[in-house]
Design a protein around this ligand. Structure first.
Ligand code: HEM
Length: 237
């Protein structure tokens, strides 16, 4: 009838119960904070597409983000909620990633030698460096488009003008494109890892999840990339 197959290796069997529980907790923290950031990324990508409706529409959208709910709610309520949610998610995601990495290192001081494991450690190295670069990009991005201090058009311009000025600058555009490609790779691997954590897997399910992760990450990043592309090709100016 039913056969339950449990995959356990030597290292897992020897792991103390407490360490296993806390590593499951950390993986849940990673997944939940990752999902919250993903929801923001979907909304932000759709919001950015207002740029195709022209300067007035885009600036109006930016103003709406600051005034939604007024006068019942104070100004910037929505933005403040988003900002707090994002900061908590970023900190939680990084804390869980660093402590999981340390835990894995303690459990396996000798590095892997087999071919598959080299690929695995390559993926987690790219995740770590990718994550750090994406975090640095977010700081630059906020200084560029939210505050305008790192923007060619400066702080007195409108959000639309700042966006266009950034993507008319080749160096800034390259930074955005590289960061977005890294973000796409990070998301693909993150979605795949999260589904591995959530349950036992089989090959067919793994292939479906992998295809979904690739399609999702590609679509999301393409939605972001059309904005700099439109400025570079003169469709938006
Ligand atoms: C082509 C890509 C992108 C464009 C054109 C873009 C555009 C913008 C603009 C115009 C703002 C300022 C909004 C305003 O002040 O009214 C903004 C803010 C922001 N963006 Fe992006 N963005 C892009 C990619 C990203 C990515 C990939 C991330 C995250 C990984 C991100 C995270 C943020 C955050 C956290 C804010 C600050 C939100 C706030 O004011 O609290 N953006 N973006």
């Amino acid at each position: 009838m039913f056969r339950v197959v449990t995959v356990t290796d030597q290292v897992q069997r020897r792991t103390p119960k407490q360490a296993k529980t806390s590593s499951v907790f950390k993986k849940i923290v990673m997944a939940v904070s990752g999902i919250l950031m993903l929801l923001f990324l979907i909304a932000h990508m759709i919001g950015n597409l207002h740029v195709f409706q022209g300067a007035q529409s885009f600036n109006h959208y930016s103003e709406w983000l600051r005034t939604v709910g007024e006068p019942a709610l104070p100004p910037r309520t929505l933005l403040t909620v988003i900002e707090i949610g994002l900061v908590v998610s970023v900190v939680a995601h990084m804390w869980a990633a660093i402590s999981l990495w340390r835990q894995a290192k303690r459990a396996r001081p000798q590095s892997y030698v087999t071919k598959k494991s080299v690929a695995q450690s390559y993926a987690s190295r790219t995740m770590r460096w990718g994550g750090v670069i994406i975090a640095l990009f977010i700081v630059y991005h906020i200084l560029d488009l939210t505050f305008g201090v790192a923007n060619p058009d400066g702080t007195d311009s409108t959000p639309y003008d700042r966006l266009v000025a950034s993507f008319q600058n080749p160096a800034a555009t390259i930074v955005y494109v590289v960061a977005l490609i890294l973000l796409g790779m990070h998301l693909r691997h993150g979605i795949w890892s999260a589904t591995q954590t959530l349950g036992q897997s089989n090959r067919r399910r793994e292939r479906t999840v992998n295809a979904f992760a690739i399609a999702f990450a590609t679509l999301l990043i393409a939605g972001y990339l059309v904005v700099p592309a439109a400025v570079v090709f003169g469709l938006v100016d």
